[in-house]
Design a protein around this ligand. Structure first.
Ligand code: PMP
Length: 412
């Protein structure tokens, strides 16, 4: 009886690895598969219909982030990864004669990090600005890392794992004063918190559709007029030559509708999520001793709660939660495949044992107080069970002594 009850319950608190499409978004997309199948490049009536939809979508996405000239400054892509690639490779390669230096933070998403690794193979130099224990970029170090040869800075708006929101306005002001274009990966933040590209001096902004209840496989990049960007996909010259290839019209209509809905719902949804998030965080902190909250306590996404339960392995907690019908995560879906804790947790100063005890919950508007309370009702027994099996927990008072290197391992 008890097992049946448990398995009937499904609670998803891992929305960072995928969001459902809003039914209204889905309805808006549907005609563009079968009835309105035109290509915006065509000169006839079907093309005009598609062009209108494309232009409307530019306006909707632009409206969400304060863009003045949406049809000239928004470019649709296949998602956040491509937007990050276009921004970083595009600006670096186009401005190569001016310099060979790119600045990022230590907690960028892997799609930013690996793009800059590619640039390194082409001869660029990359500086990673450190973060403090909350995951906030050190603005002074950021400023001092910008040099004569810096052609681009790329700093995430909010980290998708620990939820910390960066002081982008200050970072943007510094970059602007030095005449260096600033790219911001807004994947985790656009639609969750208000963002304005002009007020925050952002020159390029990555927008993800799925993270705001739109379809996967579509994204956008805001590019301030006048910013020089080399395309990375060459072909028929669609989207002002920035991103060739026939436009993914159902997806583009989807991200447009998602942006429109998100803009009107954001204030209410933000408050709702913050209340749930705080209930979850407080409940977990009070559920047992030696549990810690990570990320910035206030400058954080409304949807993220990241906790570290000392003496247990994050993966084991995830499996125990899954047995009780709860989906949670040990970190970025993109980084957690190899079971290695992410570079983000190392950057905020957690040692290897600590990094393995981290659990991430990401909420959506589909979550309820009952979901949170269910997780809070099962977590204490999971913590106890895993701690009872854990040598790290058992010998916690003797850890420094036990973790001293053995004589034969010492390099002295
Ligand atoms: N940037 C951030 C901050 C992310 O969290 C992700 C993953 N959701 C991406 C970029 C890449 O997104 P996608 O896999 O949709 O291209």
């Amino acid at each position: 009886m008890e097992t049946k009850q448990i398995l009937e319950r499904r609670v998803n608190l891992d929305y960072s690895s995928g969001m459902p499409v809003d039914p209204e978004v889905f309805e808006a997309m549907k005609p563009y598969f079968i009835e309105k199948y035109g290509n915006p490049s065509s000169l006839h009536y079907l093309g005009a219909e598609a062009r209108k939809a494309l232009e409307d979508a530019y306006v909707e996405v632009g409206g969400l982030i304060g863009v003045e000239l949406p049809d000239r400054e928004i470019c649709f892509t296949s998602g956040a990864t491509e937007s990050n690639n276009l921004a970083i490779k595009g600006v670096a390669l186009r401005n190569r004669k001016k310099g060979d230096h790119v600045v990022i933070s230590a907690i960028e998403h892997i799609s930013v990090i690996n793009t800059t690794k590619y640039l390194q193979r082409l001869g660029f130099r990359v500086t990673k600005v450190p973060v403090d224990s909350y995951g906030t970029v050190d603005v002074k170090v950021f400023e001092s890392s910008l040099t004569q040869g810096t052609v681009l800075a790329s700093i995430t708006y909010a980290n998708n794992e620990i939820g910390t929101i960066q002081p982008i306005k200050e970072i943007g002001r510094i970059a602007k004063e030095k005449g260096i274009p600033l790219h911001v990966d807004g994947t985790a933040a656009v639609g969750k918190v208000p963002i304005n590209v002009d007020e925050e001096h952002i020159d390029l902004l990555t927008v993800s559709s799925n993270d705001m209840y739109g379809p996967k496989g579509v994204g956008a990049l805001y590019i301030r007029e006048g910013t020089l960007v080399e395309p990375i996909i060459h072909g028929g010259g669609q989207q002002r030559g920035l991103r060739s290839g026939s436009e993914n019209m159902p997806g583009i209509v989807g991200i447009g509708k998602a942006s429109e809905l998100t803009k009107s719902r954001m204030p209410e949804e933000r408050k709702y999520l913050e209340t749930l998030r705080d209930r979850l965080s407080k409940g977990i902190l009070n559920s047992a001793g030696e549990i810690y909250l990570h990320g910035h306590p206030t400058h954080r996404l409304p949807s993220n709660t990241v906790v570290r339960i000392f003496g247990v392995e994050g993966e084991s907690v995830i499996m125990e939660l899954d047995r009780r019908g709860v989906a949670a995560s040990t970190g970025s879906a993109c980084a957690s495949k190899n079971l290695e804790p992410s570079h983000v947790l190392a950057a905020i100063g957690l040692n290897e044992i600590e990094r393995h005890g981290v659990i991430q919950f990401t909420l959506s508007r589909l979550n309820t107080k009952e979901h949170v309370d269910y997780v809070l009702s099962v977590l204490p027994e999971i913590t106890k069970k895993l701690r009872d099996l854990s040598p790290v927990w058992k010998f916690r008072d003797r850890l420094p002594e036990l973790y001293k290197p053995h004589q034969h391992e010492s390099h002295e």
